[in-house]
Design a protein around this ligand. Sequence first.
Ligand SMILES: *Cc1c(COP(=O)(O)O)cnc(C)c1O
Length: 460
Amino acid sequence: MLDQKEFAALLEAAKLLDCGFANLPKLDGETPGIERLGEVLNATAERLKDNYPYFHPLYAGQMLKPPHPVARLAYALAMWINPNNHALDGGRATSAMEKEAVAEIAGMFGWTSFLGHLCGGGTMANLEALWVAGQLHPGKKILASEQAHYTHRRISGVLQVPFESMPADALGRMDMNALAKRLERGDVGTVVATMGTTATGSVDPLPEILTLRAKHEFRIHADAAYGGYFVLAENLAEEAKKTFARIGEADSIVIDPHKHGLQPYGCGCALFRDLGVGRLYKHDSPYTYFSSAELHLGEISLECSRPGAAAAALWATQKLLPLKKRGEFAQGLERGRKAAMAVYEKLNRDSRFVMAFVPELDILVFAPRGNSVSESSALSRKVFEAAARRELHLAVAELPIHFWEKNFGKMKRDREAITCLRSVLMKPEHLEWEGRIWELLSESTEEVLSGRDSSGKMEN
Ligand SMILES: *Cc1c(COP(=O)(O)O)cnc(C)c1O
């Protein structure tokens, strides 16, 4: 599956980069261990074989997709320099590239004036957003849905900011009645709106949260780590479309280029609408070189050292595939969404399965129907294993039964949570493969269900 053309392009670009440093005195001396490099690299390849095939469309489990080749190559190219985007002196070119790339992401949300930068990932970006929230509303609560990413509670603990979790409704979104009631009691500084939950891709109703903000005055942080890029997609249902259209009205936004932005891991992005939050980051480190009049990215970031290579990769990817509606990048997102809807329709028509709700993005949750929730849960695990034996890799998730209840029919509610199957169809190629994915899933389910005895109990 390796494309030789990619290596040729890298070699050409590396030679070009090398020319930029041609007037330096020649270096001699051996790199330690260089004579055994090939041997150790091969040993590394042997070890790396022990992975699920994340890059292949039949990997349809967790949120994993390969970086675009241009991201991989631009990252590798930058590694010969290994710039550090903490300060302009540590990464001159890549700091400028970071600013440009981040401005393009902010532009996607309609922001022209903002404060923003890259960081290690969504967790780090959310840490910054909640840190800012805590600084601006000291002692006040941060609210997030019980379906929000688990790290919000943990981050709040680290920051020692009081955190409260809000119930989710039957569609996996934050329950607006519960939120309205909670806001009446006061003492809320920030509400986290998850724009695409990690488990089910449900989109919290931002328009309603904005209406509540007008009355109660709190900050809104949009955790769009997973879903943010769907602002460019034109094939969402009406409600999700309306919600994404208003994301620019949040006070802060987090988006993960290493999820849907075709980047290698280690690329999250935090954005603030108010430039004034920059003052909160003020530090007087003697190590930071303040040799430029311009704002250093290190002055508006909690992390110190950051990979300039991540900025080079993102910049190159966005040059190749601009963040434009109807552009190639947007079409890629739309294809994953279309694949998820196609598989959803097949599952929903098939009486062997029970569904929760219509997916809002490209994440599907479903379970084999059993006589009870516990039997369905056991069947989910069996189907997961049977599918993996056919090289179809799904994921399992635990979800509250109130997402499913309306479709349970006669199923006995003997558990509060159901173990279900989860499939993230986030690769554009999933659209060509959805038929094959369905066939393998159907076969695996047939195998598992035929192993049940007549009482509906599993053998062994
Ligand atoms: C993935 C995710 C996070 C965490 O981001 P990492 O990049 O894994 O640290 C936070 N929030 C949401 C909604 C996510 O999907």
